[in-house]
Design a protein around this ligand. Structure first.
Ligand code: NDP
Ligand SMILES: O=C1O[C@H](COP(=O)(O)O)[C@@H](O)[C@H](O)[C@H]1O
Length: 516
């Protein structure tokens, strides 16, 4: 390499063995994946595309796997395949290999129609699965059945009962039956506990995978590595150094087409009580004694149990103008489409540090990020406060990145300071690396029996304990959402609350993702 030229080093050779700490064995034999609610939105947009990507990467072997769609809608195998086809690869970039992969994948899918509470449909489903197991099971194989409930939670109890009675795996050689349940898992503490009891009577906790797709995002999965494998963070990650933490979710579109569902739940149940709270756990938890799923989940539960009751003056609710124009939303809906909530963790590490959770629909941008703001430097000889505080930002999406905002000398002859950043932008640093979709990883985890990135029953209970009193006050109309303009930052009161909580915005500083 000639002097003066830059060289982008390929680091593939530094790749290490995957870090996993679970006690499962390598399994083979027939694998049946049953998508219940196969006619629905989640199934076509997320579940089947995730299965397709796993298939393409060799994680689902055609000689072992068969996929079943189940729903009430009366359609043929081919009709289901045609509904899904367009979501598997983008129209623009489909190569002949993509087309061939899609065709082969779709041939693995069979559709069974039936109700969610009648034995007839589930007996038929069981027969189809069994026939396929007989045709695919190698002598030493074991039968594995994964039921993915892409369904409204109202039908979970009856569907689980039907699976338990008619569709469990019956292999004498081992194998398993697992169920994946989607959020929202309950509407408050009581309903969630009731649902947990109903499902808990039918399945062991080790068979239940409560999915929260934020736990499958690349940079969420990176949080434990960042915090516990890097010496620089260890001494800084506490109340002595950190002023506040923000965990933010913004969407630049409204409830489009999902108004009926959304109005029953609202932004706190849809995003904050699950996705953002799960992220908070990983940011705030203590170091687990190992990477075993139970050790990690034990630590998450401890953090949740240390959260103080939410105070009304630390909450701002908003509803975007035009939300009630949706015919499925009542005219006088009190449902928030935006909320900022401050959580306070009562423990030695975090006492006094506000965790600001903010989520909103129909805002001015789409992004999700964690923003850790550090305290001011004591005895600042450079007078650089006006340039802002140190911040460590983890951008979950879009354009995954981590960057540290820090003060440096302005290059040049003068001694003056300026805000800059140390930037690890994934698109630039990991060129050519495809970041898997959250659902892809999580489905693979269920096949491998790894519950680390799934919500355990006591975690769920602790999460509902935090938000249920506030949610009931909102449901009773004691707290009202403030109006905001679609395409704005949300209600101005939310920014005022941030300031009151001690967040100092760096005016005039905008992080620009580096270009390739
Ligand atoms: N869509 C998304 O982006 C996301 C969805 N989720 C969750 O995933 C689950 C499925 O979501 P989604 O696919 O959007 O839901 P859908 O409303 O599309 O429902 C899925 C299927 O369930 C059946 N169904 C719908 N309503 C009822 C009902 N009242 N009683 C019985 N069956 C019904 C329908 O199938 P049929 O009539 O053919 O039986 C429908 O095709 C939900 O729990 C949702 O909260 C979670 C994250 C994101
Ligand atoms: O669970 C949900 O998540 C999506 C946002 O998911 P993302 O991965 O695109 O950030 C949200 O739109 C939806 O309301 C909610 O139910």
């Amino acid at each position: 390499m000639g002097s003066g030229s830059w060289h982008m080093e390929k680091r593939d050779s530094f790749r290490v063995e995957p870090v996993r700490d679970i006690d499962n064995v390598l399994e083979n034999g027939s694998l049946s994946i049953i998508v219940l609610g196969a006619s629905g939105d989640l199934a076509k947009k997320k579940t089947f595309p995730a299965l397709f990507n796993l298939y393409r990467q060799g994680f689902l072997l055609p000689e072992e796997v068969h996929i079943f769609g189940y729903a009430r809608t009366k359609i043929s195998d081919d009709e289901l395949r045609n509904r899904i086809r367009g979501y598997l690869v983008s129209d623009k970039g489909a190569s002949p290999k993509d087309v061939e992969d899609v065709t082969n994948f779709l041939q693995l899918i069979k559709y069974v129609s039936g109700s969610y509470d009648g034995e007839e449909g589930f007996r038929l489903l069981d027969k189809e699965i069994s026939d396929n197991e007989i045709s695919k099971n190698s002598a030493e194989g074991s039968s594995r059945r994964l039921f993915y409930l892409a369904l409204p939670p109202s039908v979970y109890p009856s569907v689980c009962r039907m699976i338990r009675h008619y569709c469990m795996n019956r292999s004498d050689l081992g194998g398993w039956t697992r169920i994946v349940v989607e959020k929202p898992f309950g509407k408050d503490l009581d309903s969630a506990e009731q649902l947990s009891n109903q499902i808990g009577e039918l399945f062991e906790e080790s068979q239940i995978y409560r999915i929260d797709h934020y736990l499958g995002k690349e940079l969420v999965q990176n949080l434990l590595v960042l915090r516990f494998a890097n010496r620089f963070f260890l001494p800084l990650w506490n109340r002595d150094n950190i002023e506040n933490v923000q965990i933010v979710f913004r969407e630049d579109f409204g409830t489009e087409g999902r108004g009926g569902y959304f109005d029953e739940y609202g932004i706190i149940r849809d995003i904050i009580q699950n996705h953002l709270l799960q992220v908070l756990c990983l940011v705030a938890m203590e170091k687990p004694i190992s990477l075993k799923p139970e050790h990690i989940r034990d630590e998450k539960v401890k953090v949740l149990q240390s959260v103080m009751p939410v105070e009304d003056d630390e909450v701002v609710l908003g509803q975007y103008d035009g939300y009630t124009d949706d015919p499925t939303v009542p005219d006088h809906s009190n449902t928030p489409t935006f909320s900022t909530v401050i959580l306070r963790i009562h423990n030695e590490r975090w006492e006094g540090v506000p965790f600001i959770l903010k989520a909103g629909k129909a805002l001015n941008s789409r992004k999700a990020e964690i923003r850790v703001q550090f305290k001011d430097v004591p005895g600042d000889i450079f007078k650089c406060k006006k340039q802002g505080r140190n911040e460590f930002v983890i951008r979950l999406q879009p354009s995954e990145a981590m960057y540290m905002k820090l003060t440096v000398k302005q290059p040049g002859l003068e001694m003056s300071t300026v805000q800059s950043e140390l930037d690890l932008s994934y698109g630039q640093r990991y060129q050519g690396v495809t970041i898997p979709e959250a659902y892809e990883r999580l489905i693979l985890d269920t096949i491998r029996g790894d519950q680390q990135h799934f919500v355990r029953r006591d975690e769920l209970k602790a999460a509902w304990e935090i938000f249920t009193p506030l949610l009931h006050r909102i449901d009773n109309g004691e707290l009202k959402p403030l109006p905001y303009q679609p395409g704005s930052r949300g209600p101005a009161e939310a920014d005022a609350l941030l300031e009151k909580a001690g967040y100092v915005q760096t005016h005039g500083y905008i992080w620009i993702p580096p270009t390739l």
